[in-house]
Ligand binder design. Structure first.
Ligand code: MRU
Length: 389
């Protein structure tokens, strides 16, 4: 797949740069494309865009968490497929092989969030049905009479990636509306990691009901767990809530139990990276202990996720693959230029996710509604058959 993983960076001041999570650029009648990402590794200090023009650059951006959060990874990867270098001399068969290779390559970027594989499967379905040409892009010159099947298919792939992006916006809005009823009576809500607009197209999943209520005149106060080791809560959730004018207080992960005991937390809401058929939900490491604490303190514990986060092929959460990340993230929390916090000869582990059993989840909120006390039958009925992961 080539070795150049250096994407171009464009650093601008917070005031004038776009904070859109993912943008797609097309030039030269879709011959030349780029996936333009807000570099989340640089927040909150700077708004830096990371422009990926090649598959290795995009793969590297997903792996390094330049773009992260289950839905956002899926959207970025879908656009990424369109970066596949196709030559004008390529036959349809050759081009299809290149696109399938690209899909398989991007699927190796991160293992846990099923949205990545769901989005890539949608792209694969387009590659495998070369007749389908998107009505949205029919007007583009590339699809005009006489254009080759390869051109046609390439345009269909762009259209599908755009559709995945737009569908996510609608799903997040809907999750916000469905979840708002659950939080309407709360004053203080706790969340973990970042499941907001930075983790999706916009609006988020766990943060969607909070934004929805804020837009409708009811503003909650949010406790954001800092979320060790990469601090998505402190760096990202706090940043985006503050931008939106939602009051937020960052706490270290170890403070959550004490706050619950003192009655300062009315509800907990988190996102998910993959939910098994029985309702067990994988999310950022540190989610499971929060659910245990919520159960002990009789605080509702909500998981908010689009239905494409369900993996109905997995009977339970024990089967969800958990990403093991580099121990350096634990040893040296400030990144390569920071201080090392662990003696050199001491081992560390760095699982990026844990699994919360369904029995600890009060309800799962999706774009279709709310699954109360989730179990295998309710999930099957809620999801129906169209969700194939
Ligand atoms: O490692 P990350 O930052 O990609 O982990 C993200 C999470 O765990 C989110 O809570 C999850 O993906 C849901 S995002 C709407």
């Amino acid at each position: 797949m080539g070795s150049d993983t250096t994407a171009s960076v464009n650093s601008t001041s917070i005031a004038d740069a776009s904070s859109e999570t993912i943008r797609y650029r097309i030039a030269d009648r879709a011959q030349c494309a780029a996936v333009d990402l807000l570099d989340q590794t640089r927040l909150p200090e700077s708004l830096t865009r990371c422009v990926c023009e090649t598959l290795p650059q995009l793969h590297d951006a997903i792996r390094r968490l330049v773009v992260r959060g289950a839905p956002a990874i899926g959207i970025a990867a879908a656009y990424g497929v369109t970066l596949t270098p196709i030559e004008s001399s390529d036959s349809l068969e050759t081009a299809r092989t290149k696109w399938i290779d690209a899909i398989e390559y991007l699927a190796t970027s991160r293992p846990t969030a099923v949205n990545l594989f769901w989005a890539l499967d949608r792209m694969r379905a387009i590659v495998e049905s070369p007749e389908s040409v998107s009505p949205e892009l029919e007007s583009m010159e590339a699809t005009a009479k006489g254009a080759s099947s390869v051109e046609s298919l390439r345009v269909s792939l762009v259209a599908e990636a755009i559709r995945i992006h737009e569908d996510d916006r609608a799903m997040c809005r809907s999750i916000g509306r469905h979840g708002s009823g659950r939080l309407a009576e709360c004053r203080n809500v706790l969340t973990h990691c970042n499941a907001g607009g930075l983790a999706t197209s916009t609006f988020g999943t766990a943060l969607a009901p909070i934004y929805y209520l804020h837009e409708h005149g009811k503003t909650l106060h949010v406790y954001a767990d800092e979320t060790r080791p990469l601090l998505q809560g402190a760096r990202l959730t706090a940043w985006e809530l503050a931008q939106a004018g939602v009051p937020v207080t960052v706490i270290t992960d170890s403070m959550a139990g004490g706050l619950m005991r003192q009655g300062h937390v009315d509800a907990i809401i988190v996102g998910a990276d993959r939910i098994a058929a029985n309702g067990d939900a994988a999310n950022k490491i540190g989610t499971y202990p929060l659910a245990v604490l919520a159960h002990y303190h009789r605080i509702p514990f909500y998981v908010a996720a689009p239905t494409n986060t369900f993996d109905l092929a997995l009977a339970s959460g024990d089967l969800i693959p958990i990403e093991q990340r580099d121990g350096e993230e634990v040893r040296c929390p400030g990144g390569p230029s920071g201080r090392t916090m662990v003696p050199e000869n001491v081992d560390v582990i760095n699982p990026a996710f844990d699994v919360t059993p369904a029995e600890l989840i009060t309800a799962i909120i999706t774009e279709r509604g709310v699954i109360e006390s989730p179990n295998v039958d309710k999930i099957a009925a809620h999801c129906g058959s169209p969700i194939a992961n």
